[in-house]
Design a protein around this ligand. Structure first.
Ligand code: PMP
Length: 428
């Protein structure tokens, strides 16, 4: 038994499923997870010292690769001055100023500790300012684990077979209306049926928790128009797309304005951070300025802010990384598609910016229904083969592959060789 398997046995005695977040348990691919001891650049190392080229990147935050010196040094320096004060610090102003300078249409920022909290708080704000209760979300989109968002959710809620979680009170779920991603008419129908009752639409501008599904032309613009027509707020959940799709996130990439934007992952540089942002008028409805309550003992934590600030500063100073990551991802998607054709495996690869996702299906994937059509057994075999060849992917179909700014030509060549070997073995 290898060290990971031994640790997993021990873990399952004291942690549900042996993990602190379900997808890490590798259940969707029917394997025991790798326990990780360290990571550096594009590589992660398991408890047996095996090296993997990492495309999970901690599920997105590590856009500059692991153990980036600028972030590490900022964190080490911050820890020397104390871990938490429960009082305001200058760094919180600096990171908010930086975010406002990098992202369109936001004037104010409230820091929280996770993407879940960011979404939960943005939804409360939307309900507070509109005086309406109902929300529209999209089937297969994931917005964290707050009660009202665990309705037809994506990511590991979907992969684990519980897109609508047990334990969510009917009262919390009844105001969550579900529409279909890339289908404006499904949204129009909900507005017609519930005119004047809908506080907000929340959307992942690129759906990245059903695998990766890009918005079709006009979809996001259509959501904007419907929100304007019906007096609802448009919330972009940019926990994945923020500072990834472009420096200004999906708003910048697609040229569509959101009223509220949620962030997580990248803004923490690997530390637990989330944020919700919007215009001054909207954000000043939050406590202590206004009646929408929200707070956090560790929110704006000085060490977490140091990490996020270092990462965002680096990104702002090195905007060339976006073109570089996109080129890598485009070439990778093309090479994967070619390998699938050559080996006769039915695979459709979606790619946008630095997000890549293979689906095991013969036809293009443009909707949640298409995504669900992927052969999950084939994904499991693909995952196992890639891991065996030293490439770490998301251990479930309904996730993204994250390319970082430090993936190299050597990583690329090894990854493509692993894809070819894995797909060949799958057919054989
Ligand atoms: N929104 C989106 C789009 C996400 O992808 C995630 C997590 N993957 C969340 C919200 C929740 O973030 P967290 O896990 O930090 O609570």
């Amino acid at each position: 038994m290898d060290t990971s398997a031994t640790l997993f046995e021990r873990a399952q005695r004291v942690l549900p499923g042996g993990v602190n977040s379900p997808v890490r348990a590798y259940r969707a691919v029917g394997m025991a997870p790798r326990f990780i001891t360290r990571a550096d650049g594009t590589k992660i190392y398991d408890a047996d010292g095996k090296e993997y080229i990492d495309y999970v990147c901690s599920w997105g935050p590590m856009i500059l690769g692991h153990n980036h010196p600028a972030i590490r040094e900022a964190v080490v320096a911050a820890t020397m001055a104390g871990l938490s004060f429960g009082a305001p610090t200058e760094r919180e102003i600096e990171i908010a100023e930086l975010m406002v300078s990098m992202v369109p249409n936001i004037e104010m920022v409230r820091m929280v500790n996770s993407g879940t909290e960011a979404v939960m708080s943005a939804l409360r704000l939307a309900r507070g300012v509109t005086g309406r209760d109902k929300l529209i979300k999209f089937e297969g989109c994931y917005h964290g684990h707050s009660d009202c968002m665990l309705v037809n959710a994506g990511s590991s809620a979907l992969a684990g077979g519980h897109p609508s979680s047990a334990g969510v009170p009917q009262g919390a779920a009844k105001d969550t209306l579900t529409a279909q991603f890339n289908d404006l008419s499904s949204v129009e129908e909900l507005f017609s049926a519930h005119d004047g009752e809908i506080a907000a639409i929340i959307v992942e501008p690129v759906a990245a928790n059903m695998g990766v599904v890009t918005p079709t032309a006009g979809f996001l613009q259509g959501l904007r128009a419907l929100c304007d027509k019906h007096g609802a707020l448009l919330i972009f959940d940019e926990v994945i797309t923020g500072f990834r799709l472009a420096m200004g996130g999906a708003q910048a990439h697609f040229g569509v304005r959101a009223d509220l934007v949620t962030f997580g992952k990248i803004i923490g540089g690997g530390m637990p951070v989330g944020a919700y942002c919007g215009s001054r008028a909207l954000m000043e409805t939050v406590a202590p300025c206004g009646p929408v309550y929200q707070a956090g003992t560790l929110a704006g934590n000085p060490v977490a802010m140091a990490a996020g600030l270092a990462q965002l500063r680096y990104i702002k100073d090195h905007q060339e990384i976006y073109l570089q990551m996109e080129a890598y991802a485009q070439n990778l998607a093309a090479a994967m598609t070619k390998a699938a054709q050559d080996t006769g495996v039915a695979m459709a690869v979606n790619q946008i910016g630095s997000l890549v996702c293979p689906f095991f299906t013969p036809t293009a994937v443009t909707s949640f229904v298409d995504a669900k059509g992927s052969d999950l057994g084939a994904y499991a075999r693909y995952f196992a083969g890639m891991l065996n060849h030293g490439v770490a992917l998301a251990p479930a179909q309904f996730e993204a592959m994250f390319v970082s700014a430090v993936h190299t030509q050597d990583d690329f060549d090894k990854t493509v060789a692993a894809v070819r070997a894995t797909l060949s073995a799958m057919e054989g």
